[in-house]
Design a binder for this molecule. Structure first.
Ligand code: HEM
Length: 219
């Protein structure tokens, strides 16, 4: 039974703890971050993120004016421009022509777009799942990618993971959790939102599954 007195930031973290662990220990993440898969896999993964962040950020102006989603939409965390720099570095001048979403990526981006258009609390869940993750575990991915593929430290190729405009990530995350705790959610809406968080994580895991399948064919 849901304890509505628990801060929402705790509820959402607890509700997705198991799935976080599954995503973190997925075979694609493991094989990418141990170097079993080459930089091509990292490039392809980064290209999938382009579709996800395009969906998250393309309605930023409207969402910034939304009473629920607005406080979360901050220009200093926007990632699309950094992703494009990374993709140009990893894939060369033709990166845009090579952008091909996997079916799971399309489904994920579509779901984000649907929430952005019709359900701002749902949009916040997707925002949380990506940006708070990027500010946390994303830093592990950056360090590993730099070493494995000799990418410039905090430079092109890993700029997606570098939040230059956030001087104190721990303080930023604290503020973010306070915003989550202030969301106007009754018990029913809380349940819906937690279901959306589980969906968001499973969509990431599906994406890892498809990437793993794509690269297992090539090994
Ligand atoms: C190699 C893969 C990953 C690693 C090593 C990793 C690691 C971590 C770590 C250490 C934290 C805790 C940071 C803190 O307490 O401040 C964290 C938090 C988080 N991660 Fe990940 N993570 C990974 C993958 C993912 C994925 C795939 C997602 C979802 C797309 C994700 C979403 C999150 C979120 C939303 C949080 C914030 C939890 C909260 O405090 O509410 N992570 N991650």
């Amino acid at each position: 039974m849901l304890d509505i007195a628990t801060p929402f930031s705790t509820l959402i973290r607890t509700a997705t703890e198991q799935q976080h662990s599954e995503a973190e220990h997925s075979s694609f993440m493991r094989d990418m971050l141990t170097g079993t898969l080459g930089v091509r896999a990292f490039y392809r993964y980064t290209a999938q993120l382009w579709f996800v962040y395009d969906a998250l950020e393309k309605r930023s102006a409207e969402l910034a004016a939304d009473p629920v989603a607005g406080p979360f939409v901050r220009p200093e965390i926007a990632r699309l421009a950094a992703l494009e720099t990374d993709l140009a570095h990893l894939g060369g001048a033709g990166w845009r022509d090579e952008l091909r979403p996997l079916p799971s990526t399309l489904a994920y981006a579509d779901r984000i777009t649907e929430c952005a258009q019709h359900w701002s609390a749902g949009y916040v869940v997707h925002h949380y799942t990506r940006y708070l993750g990027d500010l946390s575990g994303g830093q592990v991915i950056r360090g590993t990618a730099e070493k494995l593929w000799n990418l410039p430290k905090k430079g092109d190729g890993v700029r997606f993971y570098v939040f230059d405009a956030i001087s104190n990530p721990a303080a930023f995350k604290r503020g973010y959790r306070e915003l989550l705790d202030g969301l106007p959610l009754d018990a029913d809406e809380t349940e819906r939102v937690l279901d959306e968080a589980r969906l968001a994580f499973s969509m990431n895991t599906d994406l890892f599954g498809e990437l793993a399948a794509e690269f297992s064919d090539k090994n």
